[in-house]
Design a protein around this ligand. Sequence first.
Ligand code: G4P
Ligand code: NA
Ligand code: NA
Length: 189
Amino acid sequence: MKLLKQKILNEGKVLSDTVLKVDSFLNHQVDPQLMLNIGETFTNLFSSEGITKILTLESSGIAPSTMAGLKLRVPVIFARKRKSLTLVDDLYSANIYSFTKKETNEISVSKDYISSNDTVLIIDDFLANGQAALGLLDIVEQAGASLAGFGIVIEKGFQNGGNLLRERGIRVESLANIASLSNGKVTFK
Ligand code: G4P
Ligand code: NA
Ligand code: NA
């Protein structure tokens, strides 16, 4: 997606060989027009898949997912990282190990919102080592739902998450795929 890549080149900050900061449009401040374009792009890519729900993870997955849900006309569910006071129903849950934070966190989704009748599109802001992606996939499997695939805003193609998913035969569509962040420079695949 040309507009997204341009935004990354113009506003992204390479913090190290592995970390890209995109706080000005995705992870802190949000660019609604760009999010709408992202939602439209995911909709075009997945329109023939019979999607009934979008699943993402709080917090940065919510903006692009909501725009995709608007265009696909389906509800958006965000997995929660902290147990909510009011989330007392039966839950699907999965453990996610974070390589950066070196800790495991539980994510959860109420059983009210995904069932075996659903076809789910999983959307997230970043695909890095894929632990969050595998946790979301686990939840779709627990629900017995069908998976249409993954819509990823920014894939770090030099990390292993994309391989982990694609080698299982899962469709992964990344709108920007970064080959390298070496020498303070963003290079796309
Ligand atoms: P991983 O195993 O999935 O690779 O996760 P990791 O622990 O490496 O990443 C933890 C958080 O950092 C996740 O967001 C993930 O989306 C994000 N992340 C990973 N690599 C990058 C990067 O290069 N740039 C940016 N900006 N984010 C990255 P999170 O903690 O769930 O935060 P949020 O969704 O609340 O924003
Ligand atoms: Na994030
Ligand atoms: Na995220």
